[in-house]
Design a binder for this molecule. Structure first.
Ligand code: S3P
Length: 179
């Protein structure tokens, strides 16, 4: 990583279904920050749903969108950013987020994740015969990246409010010590 780190934003990373969007929205309210979800920004720009980008253009095209959005995030301040689950599994994306944001990873077990996402069909990576197996596989692949977050928070057994309060507390603490 090059340059000086200066924390203006809060970035939530973590697997699908760990609560990044719901926790992020509540944390943004508590901090009086803007909330931004990278998937929503991509959908607005591309004019189509994430699942359609995957189906029509393929995963590499979606990852290209993510890299473009990450670059734009460097110019933001006072924003809580919820990232897509695969976005930080790219060293350059993660390094870029860390330059301007405190990076907090929300964590949950594969079983909890599956319970939370099974009702939804908008996640193309889990539309397959053995979604729980796929969750385990992807989590194992991404764990080295997720572990590089500044803070890891288990969101499995806690309410959205509790996790949001914890995340906001961590953010205030991080800003009170020079990095
Ligand atoms: C993905 C997670 C999704 C979305 C896309 C790919 C991933 O976001 O970006 O379906 O690679 O884990 P959420 O984590 O918000 O579900």
């Amino acid at each position: 990583m090059t340059g000086t780190r200066s924390i203006h934003n809060l970035a939530l990373i973590g697997f699908m279904g760990t609560g990044k969007s719901s926790v992020g929205r509540m944390a943004a309210d508590m901090l009086h920050f803007t909330f931004l979800d990278t998937d929503h920004v991509i959908e607005a720009r591309a004019g189509k749903a994430v699942s359609d980008i995957f189906a029509q253009e393929g995963e590499p095209a979606f990852r290209q969108w993510e890299r473009r959005i990450v670059e734009e995030l460097t110019r933001r301040a006072k924003t809580v950013i919820a990232t897509g689950g695969g976005l930080p599994a790219d060293a350059a994306n993660l390094a870029s987020l860390k330059m301007h944001a405190l990076v907090i990873c929300l964590w949950a077990s594969p079983e909890t994740i599956w319970e939370r996402v099974r009702e939804h069909d908008h996640r193309p990576l889990l539309n397959e015969p053995d979604p729980l197996g796929r969750i385990r596989e992807l989590l194992a692949e991404r764990e080295p990246f997720y572990r590089q977050a500044d803070v890891l928070v288990n969101s499995g057994m806690r309410s959205v409010r509790e996790v949001a309060q914890h995340v906001v507390h961590q953010f205030h603490m991080a800003r009170s010590v020079p990095r």
